[in-house]
Design a protein around this ligand. Structure first.
Ligand code: PMP
Ligand code: GLN
Length: 375
């Protein structure tokens, strides 16, 4: 008997595998294909011969913890205690899984806003807790009235993802005000704020939960160096949470992984001395604009993209197929892989939308767009 009968292989695995089998341009799974900053690879090369190969403390390599605290102060003016309020994790994924399994009890409920990234539901189910899917509005803004109605004494956690994968939407000041008002009514609800694309926002400023006085004592903020520094394969990220929650999270973390890859931690710690998160935004804004421009004459209708490195497009002027079939045909007939948006919905809602990842070098974007413009 499966513990997770309704959980399928992740769509990112499925589409990347199919892209590779058909030698298609892979704009499906989100990862950059351009070289990593030379300063980072030089740091790694130098570190390889140094004494950095043994376990670090559970929370993380102490200098890295201090630098994460400094980055959090610089980015969000939040002062966090490096030893008690930060945890370095094996990517955001492990941070999210560990948080959920450490904090949820049987029959408690977790609100997940639909559409949503795919990694939240399985750990909730493994806790014998209940994922409650709440639809975002048609423009992907949260509907605070419906969210309020979905809350009860059973609700333990609301998961927000800001900037949002797949839609690229970012939460506004008014959203935070509504959330804070709602939480006043429910003093036991925690917030898991997945902010892995925090440094990839464009015209509008990212508002982090780290900046919200009313949230920080009941919120776990999730970050990913994989996204911020174009090193998704390193699988390294971190959590920020108040000490009373972090204590519980660390109880699970110590037996799940104990500590995270040491050389990656030291490398990122050194890299944080020289890198600026401002450059990331500019680079991806140019890529977004370039990719959108390339698709201008196509029959795809492009949705707004306020953040992340994903572009959602409607193909309803092209085909009536469901989005999974359309994505498969896009690979086999046109050599471009994308992600069907229905897979981000609890009920598989098909809106004839697909997601492209534009974290690619310009030659790749140009060739992909050339193919997409022939459809
Ligand atoms: N959350 C969101 C919204 C994501 O898009 C991703 C994608 N990787 C993750 C979490 C997981 O990040 P990581 O690769 O650092 O585990
Ligand atoms: N977050 C990436 C995406 O949305 C996928 C990461 C993964 O494959 N787990 O494409």
């Amino acid at each position: 008997m499966s513990k997770l009968p309704n959980i399928a292989t992740s769509i990112f695995t499925v589409m990347s595998k199919m892209a590779s089998e058909h030698k298609a341009i892979n704009l499906s799974q989100g990862f950059p294909n351009f070289p990593v900053d030379k300063r980072l690879t030089e740091i790694v090369a130098k570190l390889a011969t140094e004494n950095v190969h043994q376990y670090t403390p559970i929370s993380g390599y102490p200098p890295l913890l201090s630098k994460i605290a400094a980055l959090t102060k610089k980015s969000y003016s939040r002062v966090v205690h490096p030893e008690t309020e930060i945890l370095v994790t094996a990517g955001a994924s492990q941070g999210i899984f560990t948080t959920i399994t450490a904090l949820l009890k049987t029959n408690e409920e977790v609100l997940i806003l639909d559409p949503s990234y795919d990694c939240y539901e399985a750990p909730v189910l493994l806790c014998n807790a209940k994922p409650i899917r709440v639809a975002l509005n048609d423009d992907y803004t949260p509907n605070w009235e419906i969210i309020d109605k979905a809350c009860s004494s059973k609700t333990k956690m609301i998961i927000i993802n800001n900037p949002h994968n797949p839609t690229g939407k970012i939460l506004k000041e008014s959203d935070f005000q509504s959330l804070e008002l709602l939480l006043e009514k429910y003093p036991n609800i925690l917030v898991l704020s997945d902010e892995v694309y925090e440094y990839i926002t464009f015209e509008e400023k990212h508002i982090s939960a780290n900046t919200r006085e009313k949230l920080i004592n009941r919120c776990i903020v999730v970050s990913s160096f994989g996204k911020s520094f174009h090193i998704t394969g390193w699988k390294i990220g971190y959590l920020i949470a108040p000490e009373h929650l972090m204590k519980e999270i660390k109880k699970v973390h110590q037996f799940l992984v104990f500590s995270i890859n040491s050389i990656c931690q030291v490398a990122i710690s050194d890299y944080l001395d020289v890198v600026s998160t401002d450059d990331i935004k500019k680079m991806y804004q140019e890529k977004r604009d370039y990719f959108r421009g390339l698709l201008h004459g196509s029959r795809f209708e492009l949705m707004p993209c306020e953040g992340t490195y994903f572009q959602v497009a409607s193909y309803s002027a092209i085909s009536n197929e469901n989005d999974v079939d359309f994505c498969k045909r896009l690979i086999t007939e046109y050599g471009v892989a994308a992600i069907p948006i229905s897979t981000f919905y609890g009920d598989g809602k098909d809106l004839k939308l697909i997601r492209f990842c534009f974290a690619k070098d310009n030659a790749t974007l140009e060739e992909a767009a050339k193919r997409l413009c022939t459809i």
